[in-house]
Write a protein that binds this ligand. Structure first.
Ligand code: UGA
Length: 474
């Protein structure tokens, strides 16, 4: 556990699952309940939900804050988003969204037009007069793997004196277990509640995920505060998990760690498939059809990346370690992921004939996954760095990347990336790549070698065009 204000062992959870929609209507859940129902335990009563719209402040307009603000405005609330970045605030106030996120531009423009959404400079300016203050600031990784809480703490310090009596501060950022207590301490405002309400938004489909979540988790010591936060989500059809802050914070880390484990597992199975001559696509179909396993997050690839899984898995290992538990399993999940980058490099080296020195490699896809412009902790960049260390010359193309990147010759289209290349590596699963004519690509390259690290291309078509095709696990 990080932070100086550690909390004790997890308390008995007070978990209630029910539908926001139902709560909005009659305050009763008609049977049969579609979601697991557990009886309320001590201290928790089913919330009385008022249909009043809240006045909300969102602190930090990165991926999470901007999506949260725009979606809450869409639900009818009045939202003021505050950020330290003046240029970003000015652009957002004109409806210019700086990130690639499906549907977000429209929501921001709708919010500005209706007056439900505003952008201001500074956390305190946003928080003034707000009933709810969502903290959506970054929690970068500290040098020892733990999450760095300094942004959260300084936001809490900044808003403390302007908060209305009875206001609720909502932790949306992914924060170590015990952070709600840290925020309470920094705020120094016993009249203000701190609630944990973790996000489960995937970049690229964050708006959809916000408005159609699998569940909404609210962690609060004060049942009344939990009810008030739950009431903000009226109209969002999802079960609520209402629990204590430490459990809510743990749910967020455990969910990301489990998903990362699923991917590492399938990448390890892919390695086994290659060794025994099986096809991972069929194996995944076979295991995913078991409802207990499911098909989601079983796509083999170059390893997981992004701003969340790498940071959160390492942070959870650290949280567990600090609490006296050696999370060996999760360390294995992380290590399989690093090996996966190396396995893709091995395939590219093999395709180049055993050495990468002076070899031109064409790379399709730089972002950590498709439908985003985010390059943070992208497996593609880690693989490119390894290729360059061995002397390869990398020509890269990505539909959302325009700025120059160190050591990569950035190309204007996928064809230019292949010009004169001995190997083509597909590292991000952009749909655009799937339909490219392999014959045309082959004419541009100096050899017909392709490493498809996302199993995206239609293998027979590439083989017919004379390519030696290497996928993952097949
Ligand atoms: C992830 C979680 O999915 C969200 O629920 C969570 O809210 C978010 O982190 C967060 O903590 O904020 P995200 O980082 O946007 O969302 O990306 P994912 O879609 O989860 O993908 C993560 C990585 O796993 C990507 O590199 C992706 O290519 C890879 N992946 C995913 C696979 O290799 N195989 C799969 O089957 C799925």
């Amino acid at each position: 556990m990080t932070g100086s204000d550690q909390i004790g062992p997890l308390r008995t959870s007070r978990t209630v699952s029910h539908r926001a929609r139902t709560m909005a209507g009659r305050g009763e859940v008609p049977g049969p309940a579609p979601f697991p129902m557990t009886s309320p335990r001590s201290g928790w009563t089913r919330p009385v939900i008022s249909p009043l719209m809240g006045h909300i402040a969102v602190v930090g307009v990165g991926y999470v804050g901007l999506t949260t603000g725009a979606c809450l405005a869409k639900l009818g609330h009045t939202v003021v988003c505050g950020d330290v970045d003046e240029a970003r605030v000015a652009n957002l106030s004109k409806g210019e969204v700086p990130i690639v996120e499906a549907g977000l531009d429209q929501l921001v423009r709708d919010g500005l037009r209706s007056g439900n959404l505003r952008f201001v400079v500074g956390a305190a300016t946003a928080a003034e007069g707000a009933e709810f203050i969502y903290l959506c600031v970054p929690t970068p990784q500290g040098e020892d793997g733990s999450a760095d809480l300094s942004y959260i703490e300084s936001a809490a310090r900044e808003i403390s004196s302007v908060l209305e009596e009875g206001a609720i501060v909502v932790n949306k950022s992914t924060v170590p277990v015990g952070s709600a207590k840290v925020v309470e301490r920094v705020l120094g405002r016993p009249d203000v509640s701190v609630v944990s309400n973790p996000e489960f938004l995937r970049e690229g489909s964050a708006v959809h995920d916000f408005l159609h979540p699998d569940r909404i988790v609210v962690g609060a010591d004060d049942p009344n505060a939990a009810s008030r936060v739950a009431a903000l989500y009226l109209g969002v059809p999802a079960p609520f998990i209402v629990t204590d802050p430490a459990s809510a914070e743990t749910i967020k880390y455990a969910a990301n760690a489990f998903l990362a484990a699923k991917i590492s597992f399938v990448n390890a199975i892919a390695a086994v498939c290659e060794a025994v001559g099986a096809d991972v696509t069929d194996v995944v179909l076979g295991i995913g059809s078991d409802k207990r396993i499911g098909h989601d997050f079983l796509r083999p690839g170059p390893g997981w990346g992004g701003s969340c899984f790498p940071k959160d898995t390492r942070a959870l290992v650290r949280i567990a370690e600090d609490a006296g538990y050696d999370f060996d399993l999760l360390r294995g999940v992380i290590s399989v992921n690093s090996q996966q980058h190396a396995r893709v490099v091995d395939k590219i080296r093999d395709a180049a004939g055993g050495s990468l020195d002076g070899v031109v490699v064409g790379v399709w896809g730089l972002t950590f996954k498709a439908r985003t412009d985010d390059l943070r902790d992208s497996p593609s960049l880690a693989i490119i760095e390894a290729l360059r260390r061995e002397g390869a010359v990398v020509q890269g193309y990505d539909p959302t990347v325009e700025r120059e990147l160190d050591g990569i010759q950035l190309c204007v289209d996928p064809y230019e990336a292949c010009a004169g290349a001995r190997v083509l590596a597909v590292l991000t699963e952009w749909d655009d790549f799937r339909w490219i004519d392999p014959e045309h690509v082959g004419e541009l390259m100096s050899a017909r070698q392709v490493v498809d690290a996302r199993n995206l291309l239609e293998r027979p078509a590439w083989q017919r065009a004379g390519f030696t095709y290497q996928g993952i696990g097949r």
